[in-house]
Design a protein around this ligand. Structure first.
Ligand code: GDP
Ligand code: MN
Length: 391
């Protein structure tokens, strides 16, 4: 799960990581009021969406009066911000974070990230933080320093010092920064985050360190242990179809293509997406209906797939194990009748009760193609969408 910058900064603050003072606003008048409360000086007005790259997209503005903060909020709230992380459709901005502007001398990069290969948290730091960190990673990987944390333990001070001296900080800054980095690791560990990123970590004109941006991802599977984190979820930031699917207990992720997929088992679902791509088509979604899916779950899954207007054909790939093929077939028939199936269907069924399943489909009067192997299924679906597009 992702949270907004303002929520991340709240957490950073509670872990003693210095952040600028600020407040949330959903209207220009509120933005002005926040700026007035912060006192005289400059302010930064920042779009709150679940995506980075806001600065380059026009979602971060530095202004010098409460009136100008209101004007910036007027421009930003309601805009559809397109950044390299939002996709072409962009994201609608509903709120802004207004904070006291910082006098920036240098921008560093600092992050704690779950390194799945090392099975540990990794701490990464770079003297070249700011808006082009992706480019630094690509062209100057030697400017990114990494160290790993022993699971459940604090980061050793020497590890933090090594990173921070690498960032070119003075001895005094390294001392302050050591506590900061250790606190960041503690936050990641205690809240079970998979990423805690500060970019930029600013060195101010006075030489202090302050987190100017905050991005935190949490492990969804750990949210049950952290109700105070689960509460931070912004339903408006999740895809409405994904939200609907989660409510139905389905494992559904929307993708960009036009081939809807219904599969049982996450591994088979991934493999199905691969073969679809290899056949030259693009999956519209990942959907694992699960091993023990009921007819009702299959119906709901089908409804979710068909609610995506991009779907031009559906591939059902089921290996009947715990989920029997006849249950799946009954669910598909029920759903197809309920939602008036309007796109071509290719079905590949194997496994438990496959004959009964095929019989149910054959008797249903539904129009669909049967495929014997996964490869054949993918090729058929690719032909079907190509034909649909040629029409
Ligand atoms: P992102 O583009 O979504 O990562 O948003 P950031 O919060 O990182 O802001 C983008 C850029 O805006 C930063 O890299 C800074 O250069 C600039 N910025 C952010 N806050 C301040 C501030 O308080 N003062 C000044 N002068 N610039 C800021
Ligand atoms: Mn940033």
């Amino acid at each position: 799960m992702n949270v907004h910058e303002y929520q991340a900064k709240g957490l950073l603050k509670s872990f003693q990581v210095p952040v600028p003072e600020g407040g949330l606003a959903t209207t220009p008048a509120e933005a002005r009021a926040v700026a007035e409360r912060l006192g005289p000086g400059k302010y930064v007005v920042k779009a709150q969406i679940h995506a980075g790259g806001r600065g380059k997209g026009g979602g971060v503005k530095v202004v010098d009066s409460p009136q100008a903060a209101a004007e910036a909020a007027e421009q930003i709230i309601g805009m559809t911000l397109v950044t390299h992380q939002t996709g072409a459709a962009g994201k609608l901005v509903r709120k802004v974070w207004v904070e006291k502007a910082t006098d920036i001398a240098r921008e560093l990069y600092l992050a704690v990230v779950l390194d799945r290969v090392a099975q540990r948290l990794a701490v990464m730091a770079s003297p070249s933080g700011g808006m082009d960190i992706e480019e630094v990673a690509e062209k100057h990987p030697e400017l990114i320093f990494t160290t790993h944390v022993e699971p459940g333990q604090a980061l050793w001070p020497f590890q933090a010092r090594k990173l921070l001296f690498g960032c070119g900080l003075t001895a005094a800054q390294v001392n302050a920064g050591t506590a900061l980095v250790q606190n960041l690791v503690r936050l990641a560990w205690e809240k079970e985050a998979t990423l805690v990123e500060i970019n930029p970590l600013a060195v101010t004109g006075e030489g202090t360190l302050v987190a100017l941006d905050g991005k935190i991802n949490f492990d969804d599977s750990a949210l049950k242990r952290h109700p105070e984190i689960a509460e931070l979820e912004d339903p408006e930031e999740t895809d409405p179809l994904e939200r609907q699917a989660v409510k139905q207990g389905l494992n559904y992720i929307r993708l960009g293509g036009n081939v809807g997929t219904m599969v049982n088992g996450a591994g088979l679902a991934m493999a199905t997406m691969d073969v679809i791509k290899m056949a030259g088509a693009e999956p519209a979604n990942f959907l694992d209906v699960g091993g023990g899916a009921s007819e009702e779950m299959v119906t709901k899954g089908f409804e979710v797939i068909l609610s995506d207007p991009n779907v031009e054909a559906i591939l059902i790939n089921i290996f009947g194990g715990i989920l029997r093929c006849d249950t799946l077939a009954a669910g598909v028939v029920a759903a197809a009748k309920k939602v008036k199936l309007s796109v071509p269907l290719v079905v590949r069924l194997e496994g438990t009760n496959v004959e009964a399943g095929r019989e149910i489909l054959a008797q249903s009067g539904l129009d669909f193609e049967v495929a014997g192997s996964m490869k054949e299924a993918a090729e058929k679906i690719a032909q079907v969408v190509a034909a649909a597009q040629a029409r």
